[in-house]
Design a binder for this molecule. Structure first.
Ligand SMILES: [Ca+2]
Length: 420
């Protein structure tokens, strides 16, 4: 029985492969599975190159979960991190080469709820600064039930430089679900924050240097609008960060708002930028930048359906698609967890969707003018889970959709994607 799963998609930029990771929860065995899919050839069914991410050594198979993965790329390898419940809660990671080799088959223990780092860590985020990775997570070491944000640097060889983890924010109340981006000098860590009190969540952030110094130990507010701002996403455009989130200031519905943050930590849009105010809820936002504009995507909920919609946002914060771009097929009535990344030419947007019998992971290219190129959707994986409960897939994360052609045939990537 597959009870829960997630997906990480890595596009191999050299060998024309897509890899994805999937948690499969079995009654007596829980392992994170990475599958590699060759993009060459007509058959792109995800059946080749399967291997266990962490099949031995410190991670014994017990009926617990791995969940909430995040991944970054260092130019040579990927670092995948996740929350692992086996033998207690911990943040684990492994490096994966572009050819799909697990470089740390024993896993990298980044933070554990026992011993040196008793923080019941959860929901990691990760980014790369050109030298090291910074992994951030929810951490409950200071007060049970009230999370803080902690971080630790991990080298490209997989060494954890901050074995205790360091606090990014230990403000009162709960700090939750950090996301992270790097601007060439510093990281910006962003999370949603319960400090105003129940039902009035806000978006906060802090910059962290490459050496692990928190530049704003007291952090700073990015949005303190009325009601709840939560589940942020962040990306950097070469000049500023854009942070977006789900926002209930016009309660009861949730809309998508954003704000730019300068590399010096100034919030440039203190009132927020309204990105989508469709009639019902907009949630689960994801964000990427194409060198010119951002593309924000989110779940757009209707009375008995949910779709993936998106909008482009300029560097100056202008929303180019205020009516929203329908991205997932309108014939598919239940989608969730969209994620977006940018390649050399187009965006790739992924989501989980359900039909009568199973869950699929599907996607489409979206060009820089906002045109959906694969309007019927591309099936990325048919192994998202069994049954029609879309909640089986708890995470779908596309981390790097960048392809570098080994020949001068740029249409090949497009064609190969279509063949999926
Ligand atoms: Ca608020």
């Amino acid at each position: 029985m597959i009870s829960r799963g997630f997906l990480v998609v890595l596009l191999n930029s050299l060998a024309w492969t897509i890899s994805y990771a999937q948690t499969i929860a079995l009654p007596s065995n829980v392992d994170q599975v990475i599958e590699e899919v060759s993009r060459a050839g007509a058959c792109l069914a995800p059946t080749t190159g399967e291997f266990l991410l962490d099949s031995n050594v410190i991670y014994r198979s017990i009926p617990q979960l791995e969940e909430t993965p995040a991944v970054a790329f260092d130019g040579t390898n990927y670092l995948v991190v996740w929350r692992d419940q086996r033998d207690g809660y911990k943040i684990c990671g492994t490096r994966i080469s572009q050819s799909g080799t697990i470089l740390d088959p024993a896993g990298i223990l980044i933070c554990s709820h026992t011993g040196i780092c008793p923080g019941w860590p959860y929901r990691p985020g990760v980014a790369f600064d050109g030298t090291n990775y910074l992994v951030v997570w929810d951490d409950f070491r200071n007060e049970p039930g009230f999370g803080d944000i902690y971080g630790a640097r991990v080298t490209t060889s997989g060494a954890v430089l901050d074995s205790l983890g360091f606090p990014v924010s230990i403000a009162p109340q709960n700090q939750s679900s950090p996301v992270i981006a790097f601007d060439g000098t510093n990281y910006l860590v962003v999370w949603y924050d319960h400090r105003p009190g129940a039902n009035n969540l806000d978006i906060y952030g802090a910059r962290v240097t490459s050496s692990g110094t928190v530049l704003e130990p007291g952090d700073f507010a990015i949005s303190t609008a009325a009601n709840a701002q939560l589940w942020p996403a962040v990306a950097f455009d070469g000049s500023n960060f854009l942070v977006i989130w789900s926002d209930t200031r016009m309660s009861p519905r949730a809309d998508i708002f954003g704000a730019r943050v300068s590399p010096s930590g100034s919030v440039l849009d203190t009132a927020g930028i309204l990105i989508s105010q469709a009639p019902q809820n907009q949630t689960s936002a994801s964000l990427a930048h194409d060198g010119t504009n951002f593309l924000a995507v989110w779940e757009a909920h209707e009375a008995s359906a949910s779709y993936v919609c998106g909008a482009r946002v300029t560097r100056s914060g202008t929303v180019l698609d205020p009516e929203g771009i329908p991205i997932s097929p309108q014939s598919v009535k239940h989608v969730n967890r969209p994620h977006v990344a940018f390649g050399d030419t187009n965006y790739f947007v992924m989501w989980a969707q359900s039909n009568a019998s199973n869950c699929l992971v599907c996607g489409t290219r979206v060009d820089q003018s906002g045109v959906v190129l694969d309007s019927a959707g591309i099936t990325v994986s048919t192994r998202g889970g069994l049954g029609s409960n879309l909640n089986i897939i708890t995470q779908v994360i596309l981390i790097s959709y960048s392809y570098h052609l080994v020949s001068n045939t740029p249409s090949r990537a497009e064609l190969d994607v279509r063949q999926m």
